[in-house]
Design a binder for this molecule. Sequence first.
Ligand SMILES: Cc1cc2nc3c(=O)[nH]c(=O)nc-3n(C[C@H](O)[C@H](O)[C@H](O)COP(=O)(O)O)c2cc1C
Length: 280
Amino acid sequence: MSDSETLRELLCARFQDAQDLDTGFAAAAHVRMAAHVSQRRYRDEAVPLPMLQTLAAVALAAPTKSDLQSRDILIVTDAARRRTLAGLIGPDEWIAAAPALLVFCGNHRRQRMLHQWHGHAFANDHLDWFFNAAVDAAIVLAAFIAAAEAAGLGCCPLSQIRNRAAEVSAFLELPEFVFPVAGLAVGWPSAAGQISPRLPLSLTVHVDRHRDPGEAATRAAIDDYDRWRDARQPYARQRRVKALGQADFYGWSQDKARQYSVPERADFGRFVRSKGFSLD
Ligand SMILES: Cc1cc2nc3c(=O)[nH]c(=O)nc-3n(C[C@H](O)[C@H](O)[C@H](O)COP(=O)(O)O)c2cc1C
């Protein structure tokens, strides 16, 4: 099959409305990106540190806001430290079993030093600065995943690392102005993984101006997506059944609404402020 045909097949597995996309320009890199799956099952085989370091270098070649380079990658290699970190991230067995754990951090510490060294006041102590560092870290996270997948590795980002941000920060000795954005489990996949369907492109890709279709049409499109997705990959279990009951039909929208019907990481703002940031 040509790259163009493979890309079309992958995009049609991901989106309901990908049939008419132009895939004529497709190269192997597009096929690989479109085939992305978050991988949570790994062979019991180490990922060599030199390989992770090179992948980190590749990832850090990604664009960075104003050349500020306000992000770091922390690679946890020591098995005992990995186990402790996995315990802080969550009780999940697969995280503890991941051959490598990385942490992508926003780093505003260096910038503050530049101001001290050159005697210029830092006049941007507001939300935008936290945002710059968080976005930079997220871009590097995505670039690392693409680089790792190109090398045959599987990855799963972990926002769960922020569940106990203060403890993770103390354990990893993150200094003032350095904060975790996401963890990343990395290893050699032991199973193929499944392409996860995304919302229709009609809702998420806009041309010239944002074309919000309005609530009724959005609801109809998401309803349709829920059914399309359910026919391919029904949820294995429902969330919060005790509190919210068993739904007759359990689609993506129900799952996401249930997921965020309980507070999650409500203390993250306090943690970020404790690291020195003003979020005003
Ligand atoms: C920033 C970020 C944080 C994530 N955090 C977690 C997490 O804590 N635990 C987890 O199992 N998956 C996590 N994921 C993986 C998502 O659940 C996954 O990307 C999504 O379900 C879509 O599946 P796919 O990546 O296989 O296409 C995270 C993904 C991103 C981008």
